[in-house]
Design a protein around this ligand. Structure first.
Ligand SMILES: Nc1ncnc2c1ncn2[C@@H]1O[C@H](COP(=O)(O)OP(=O)(O)OP(=O)(O)O)[C@@H](O)[C@H]1O
Length: 447
């Protein structure tokens, strides 16, 4: 850290020992953030990375006062924050524009809580529209604009109030590659320009390259519950060259932190013959919230293209976000269909048998593997004795077994896997989980 490092300047927003829990629809408490200390300083461009569901958006919402911490507190410009931080504004992935308002009117929405005079409002709107290059589109409606232009409106609306902190929540992820790259570059220029008024940016992203391209500091959130993991300064000069060795080194460090965390390189467990493997595990393991079809897709890919054995290449090939690829690989791994030494991904013997099997055979292997997972015993143990079981009760059991998981989402995924395996099904009308009588050949891998 140099003397001029932004981290030595005052914090514009800060989380102090912030924890956050939600009450889920099933009445369980879900701890999403645990004891987060995080400050965004003047002049800083801070990027937050982490798996889906690790709590990134919740951190953003706490920082901006949209969500109140369960414990700990938020500071804004050195003072405790109560309610929404009016010196912060947010650009959302979905643009969140009003379709019935023009560009100008949509941008003016960003000033609503600031009570400007008409003249002040018009001047500020004109300035924001100019800054972000929407000069000829004052009276256009969102439907007349491309995705990139719409997101410009979203950015202008966020900048119109001259916020001390601009927050970007996956702001580029709905845009095509070139448009996203242009907007990123423009934002970096605006952030560096003395007359833009834009000094501090806090961004949430899934995209590691995007974080390394833009941020002065990168924080990786570890999940369940969300904690600060890797914190990395990024001193590379702008404009950054994504092909430079130093850029790639940072990308690799972050990749590795996320991968190692998700796919720990553990020695195989001692297996008692005849016993489900997971019985030996000390605690119940959750399952990645991944549809069956996606696991089958990964299996086919590994079979069809055996030279694809590296998690980064697989992620590129699938075209999904890195976090989602990891979750898919993890799902296949807990089903023992793949093995993941370091960053590599291979079919296991069972995985090879799986891809060679016909549809019936695949479902049988899947069922056998699902049966080994302890989390499924919550349901299967009861279904062994009764014909059906109340979903309510299952949700409660999931909630107490996996306090950091969302029980409803875990339940949905379990039912989808169980349905494909022919082990269980769920009737939303009766609220009951039951053993399917006849295997329905058609409901295959839709879950
Ligand atoms: N209002 C809410 N009520 C209940 N649970 C919530 C609520 N908001 C978020 N969660 C849960 O909190 C966890 C963290 O969510 P959050 O959106 O902060 O994660 P994230 O890292 O931003 O995820 P993603 O990258 O998928 O957007 C998730 O399990 C989510 O289901």
């Amino acid at each position: 850290m140099t003397m001029n490092s932004p981290q030595q300047r005052p914090a514009v927003a800060e989380l102090c020992a912030v924890s956050k829990s939600y009450n889920t629809a099933g009445g369980h408490e879900l701890k999403v953030l645990d004891n987060i200390d995080l400050a965004v300083h003047e002049g800083e461009l801070l990027a937050l990375l982490g798996q889906s569901g690790s709590g990134k958006s919740t951190i953003l919402r706490c920082l901006t006062g949209l969500v109140e911490p369960s414990s700990g507190h938020t500071m804004a410009a050195g003072k405790p924050l109560y309610g929404v931080n009016r010196d912060a504004s947010v650009v959302f992935q979905t643009f969140a524009l009003y379709p019935w308002l023009t560009v100008e009117q949509n941008v003016a929405v960003g000033l609503m809580s600031h009570n400007p005079t008409r003249e002040e409002r018009d001047a500020a709107v004109d300035r924001a529209i100019e800054l972000i290059g929407l000069g000829n589109y004052h009276s256009a409606y969102p439907r007349e604009l491309s995705g990139g232009m719409r997101q410009r409106v979203g950015i202008a609306r966020a900048l119109v109030s001259k916020p001390k902190l601009l927050c970007l929540d996956e702001a580029f992820s709905a845009l095509d590659v070139l448009t996203a790259e242009n907007l990123r570059q423009e934002l970096i220029s605006l952030w560096g320009a003395p007359d833009s008024g834009l000094t501090s940016i806090f961004m949430v992203t899934h995209n590691i390259e995007e974080a390394v391209e833009m941020a002065t500091r990168i924080v990786v959130v570890f999940p369940r519950p969300g904690r600060l993991g890797l914190v990395l300064d990024n001193p590379l000069p702008y404009p950054r060259d994504s092909k430079s060795p130093e850029f790639q080194r940072l990308v690799n460090i972050i990749h590795e932190a996320i991968t190692t965390l998700s796919l720990p390189d553990l020695p195989p467990e001692a297996h008692v013959p005849g016993e489900p493997i997971s019985r030996g595990r000390k605690r119940m393991e959750s399952i990645p919230l991944i549809p069956v079809g996606q696991i089958l897709g990964l299996m086919s890919l590994l079979h069809d293209e055996p030279e694809l054995n590296n998690i980064y290449d697989i992620s590129d090939e699938i075209g999904k976000e890195f976090g989602e690829t990891i979750a898919t690989v993890k799902a296949a791994e807990i089903l023992e269909l793949v093995d993941t030494p370091k960053q590599e991904v291979y079919l296991t013997d069972l995985g090879r048998r799986f891809v060679a099997a016909d549809r019936q055979g695949q479902r049988a292997i899947f069922a056998e593997q699902v049966y080994k997972l302890r989390i499924f015993h919550i349901i299967l143990a009861v279904l062994g004795e009764a014909e059906e079981i109340e979903a309510e009760r299952v949700l409660k059991d999931i909630g107490s077994a996996l306090p950091y998981d969302n029980p409803e989402k875990t339940f949905e995924t379990m039912i989808a896997w169980g349905r494909y395996a022919g082990l269980m099904d769920y009737n939303a009308k009766t609220g009951m989980v039951f053993v399917p009588k006849d295997e329905d050949e058609d409901d295959g891998a839709q879950g």
